[in-house]
Design a protein around this ligand. Structure first.
Ligand code: GAP
Length: 494
């Protein structure tokens, strides 16, 4: 684990994972670029996400949609009115800060969801002053976080960069429903950009102004929210929850799925809490104790949600941090779009003839926050080895394997190593390195998370076998080249 965000930020840049955007001009707060390794890691995460949440389900599809959307979309969704953050301004130097963050940071109370008046009272009560010039703050006000854009010659049309990918599936719903043979549940997923004019972007990619979301909108019949065909077989599954009632004891409580349903959550919702925990614990191998499902209270819930749990991972410096959420948005969005567009969002249940507007369960992930969290979790400054080891799981790490000739200046070794590399890179993400001593190359591979190193040595020329080095244990095993593909196949499923 990294000690500080700045250690990680330095490491990310040094290795080519990610770094401030427009860096040669001093950067732009809240915007980041991904280098070659970061891009590969991000894509791998997105692909694992796609496979797990979208491609494994009947009637779930991915769509790609415009990032700039009509002003009325956000009138209908409520974002124009409600997508606001509290801000506080210094009365003297004009410094701005997000008011709830200021209160949280200085008083350690949870301030998310407090009204402007409540935040003003907290600031006055605790005599909070401007960190830049020590003057007092003005009263807390609010700022809409969307980026407006003017389109066309003379800026005739006002539009917005979408603050969440979610609105696109809602405005696409009726068409997609017709195209997909009018079946529910219908899942529409987007992996794409979202934009928010954050007041204080910070902590590298944890709070950005342009970021990637992977969001799945599941359109369901609200009468069926209390059932799921797989629920019964999973009712004893234990979920790591922190409900509102657990907060005073600061306790994460393992509760069975059945227990959460007894407490009033719909089975369909709890089933998806299970899927999410399985995604982290089984697919991404996140240790259970670093994961929790955090229930939000009435004040904290997003304005569109009836039920809202944050998905959280424990980070080295920031503690448990939100990386996603499970949102039961009811018919809030479709109803809004029906009103503003005057196009009906109602559908007819073909069995019962009942007309209704579908409800939406949203499974929402911030890709950048997940990538940050996984890097943070797997960053180990290994004192014994004297280098950093990035222990990312095989399926998401940028390179699965590297091939090394033991020494560089032996053309027969390099030729054999290159041949193996060329063959295996057809199936896996492979890296070739012949520069510097073998020890140095192992260290470099550890630092960028290469799961296995394949070394071609002098013996390889005689026995046609190579050595596979395990990044995490440093143990080595000898494998005939003829069995290498099969061996890697096994290892890639770990
Ligand atoms: N569609 C629902 C939605 O957008 P959200 O909780 O506002 O819900 C979903 O955002 C996820 O997007 C968050 O859990 C987080 O991972 C990510 N996210 C939100 N704001 C972000 C920001 N400023 N920078 C990076 N990621 C962000």
């Amino acid at each position: 684990m990294a000690e500080k965000t700045s250690d990680l930020a330095t490491f990310f840049k040094k290795k080519g994972f990610l770094y401030p955007s427009s860096d040669i001009y001093g950067g732009l707060a809240g915007f980041y670029d991904y280098g070659h390794l970061g891009t590969m890691l991000k894509r791998n995460f997105e692909n694992v996400w796609r496979k797990f949440f979208v491609e494994s389900q009947d009637n779930y599809y991915e769509i790609e949609t415009a990032n700039i959307m009509h002003e009325n979309v956000f009138k209908a969704s409520g974002h124009l009115e409600n997508f606001i953050d509290p801000i506080v301004k210094c009365s003297k130097c004009g410094f701005f800060e997000r008011a709830d963050h200021l209160v949280e940071k200085t008083t350690k109370i949870r301030a998310e969801g407090l009204s402007s008046e409540e935040l003003t009272r907290e600031i006055e009560k605790h005599h909070l002053k401007c960190p830049k010039c020590s003057s007092s703050f003005e009263k807390v006000s609010v700022m809409n976080m969307m980026f407006p854009v003017n389109i066309g010659v003379g800026n005739q049309h006002k539009a917005y960069l979408r603050p969440e990918t979610a609105q696109s599936p809602y405005v696409n719903f009726k068409l997609q429903y017709e195209l997909q043979r009018k079946k529910l549940p219908l899942g529409l997923a987007i992996v794409g950009r979202a934009y928010r004019n954050e007041i204080s972007p910070r902590h590298v990619t944890l709070r950005m102004r342009e970021f990637t979301q992977a969001e799945l909108q599941i359109f369901v019949n609200p009468d069926l929210m209390n059932e799921h065909p797989e629920f019964d077989s999973l009712q004893d599954y234990e979920l790591r929850t922190m409900l509102v009632e657990d907060r005073p004891q600061k306790m994460i409580v393992e509760r069975t799925a059945a227990e959460l349903v007894e407490r009033g959550l719909p089975k369909y919702y709890v089933y998806h809490l299970i899927k999410i925990q399985q995604f982290y614990v089984d697919e991404l191998r996140v240790p259970k104790h670093k994961f929790r499902l955090y229930e939000l209270n009435e004040k904290e819930k997003a304005f569109y949600n009836k039920y809202h749990f944050d998905i959280e991972m424990e980070l080295s410096e920031h503690g448990f941090t939100e990386i996603g959420g499970l949102h039961y948005r009811t018919d809030h969005d479709l109803k809004g779009h029906q009103e503003v567009s005057t196009q009906s969002m109602e559908i007819v249940d073909e069995e019962t003839g009942k007309k209704f507007i579908p409800h939406v369960l949203e499974v929402s992930f911030g890709v950048d926050r997940n990538v940050y969290a996984l890097l943070d979790l797997h960053y180990n400054d290994d004192q014994e080895r004297g280098n950093i080891v990035l222990s990312l799981p095989a399926k998401i790490t940028p390179f699965f394997c590297a091939v090394f000739p033991l020494v560089k200046n032996k053309p027969e070794l390099a030729a054999k190593a290159r041949g193996i590399y060329q063959e295996l890179r057809k199936d896996w993400r492979f890296f070739y390195d012949e520069v510097a001593s073998i020890g140095r190359r192992y260290a470099r591979a550890d630092e960028i998370g290469i799961r296995y190193g394949i070394t071609v040595d002098f013996e390889s020329l005689d026995d046609n076998a190579v050595t596979i080095r395990d990044r995490d244990t440093t143990k080595q095993q000898r494998v005939p080249v003829s069995e290498l593909k099969q061996k890697l196949q096994e290892l890639s499923h770990e």
